[in-house]
Design a protein around this ligand. Structure first.
Ligand code: G
Ligand code: G
Ligand code: NA
Length: 252
């Protein structure tokens, strides 16, 4: 209850911020984009991780204003970087309960008011979010795509969805969950699963991103089996926008 009260005030007290984790082309090593990750430094409770407050925000409906803020702030940051000559994609996480009829309007308005080109925005959704109402979900994804944004399926392989969903939903990208990456390249089960996921992606014309890359061996394996992009502690942890800006300048 205390956390709920604090979370209610978090937006107006400016306690929320976004951190950005870089994503790279495994082939060329070029920085391709950033995933925006929400952080909460509460005056009352100290640092609270998203694994704790996002479920609470979802239960209480606070995810609506918070999610809108995330979308707008991430687009704003992407537009600012672009204006400074650093054109990178920005990936934003969207919860199942934000996945409602008005999402395309919110996205369109965030793009319009910030001037971020739609092609630079990636919306990350989880399997669970997509499974709720397949017809309605597919229609909404088509609306989002009509704007020009790309859709990434997050944590791929960890939910309860079937491969049939991949065929029925208009997706652009699969994010391989770090659970499958962590024991590469030694674990023969995980190498088989990752190869199979990449095969499916290739045949369906989907881009691929591996999450949670921590070692050069994992990177080399993933590049070798045709995964296009990666992110993880090997390259960088999520960091505040200002630090991400310096990071990009140094990489140029
Ligand atoms: O660093 P990490 O602890 O940031 O994030 C944990 C999880 O919290 C992520 O896997 C992601 O699913 C979720 N998360 C982070 N930021 C956001 C956000 O802005 N919106 C939503 N819905 N989930 C987020
Ligand atoms: O599922 P999603 O892509 O939203 O996950 C992002 C989460 O993964 C964040 O909590 C982020 O801090 C965490 N993360 C990012 N890179 C790594 C990594 O290399 N190793 C581990 N263990 N976690 C990571
Ligand atoms: Na994500």
């Amino acid at each position: 209850l205390k956390m709920e009260q604090a979370l209610r005030l978090a937006l107006s007290n400016r306690e929320l911020s976004l951190h950005y984790q870089p994503q790279y082309s495994l082939r060329t090593g070029a920085l391709t984009g950033f995933e925006a990750l929400l952080r909460w430094h509460s005056a009352e409770l100290g640092y609270v991780g998203p694994d704790r407050f996002i479920p609470l925000a979802e239960e209480t409906g606070l995810i609506a204003p918070i999610g809108e803020w995330v979308l707008r702030s991430a687009c704003e940051q992407g537009a600012r970087w672009r204006a400074e000559g650093m054109e990178v994609a920005i990936a934003v996480n969207v919860s199942a309960c934000q996945f409602r009829h008005d999402l395309p309007d919110l996205v369109a308005s965030a793009l319009e008011s910030t001037g971020l080109p739609a092609g630079l925005l990636v919306i990350e959704v989880t399997e669970t979010a997509l499974m709720q109402d397949l017809e309605q979900t597919a229609a909404m994804l088509l609306q989002l795509r009509a704007l020009g944004v790309r859709i990434a399926l997050d944590d791929f392989g960890t939910g309860y969805s079937s491969l049939a969903y991949l065929k029925r939903l208009p997706l652009d990208k699969l994010k391989l969950d770090r659970a499958f990456i962590q024991s590469l390249p030694d674990d023969s089960d995980d190498t088989a699963i990752v190869r199979a996921m990449l095969d499916v992606a290739r045949h369906l014309g989907l881009e691929t991103v591996a999450e949670g890359i921590e070692t050069p061996q994992q990177q080399a394996f993933l590049d070798g089996v045709g995964c296009a992009e990666g992110q993880g502690y090997l390259y960088a942890r999520p960091m505040p926008a200002e630090q991400a800006t310096d990071f990009m300048r140094e990489a140029q």
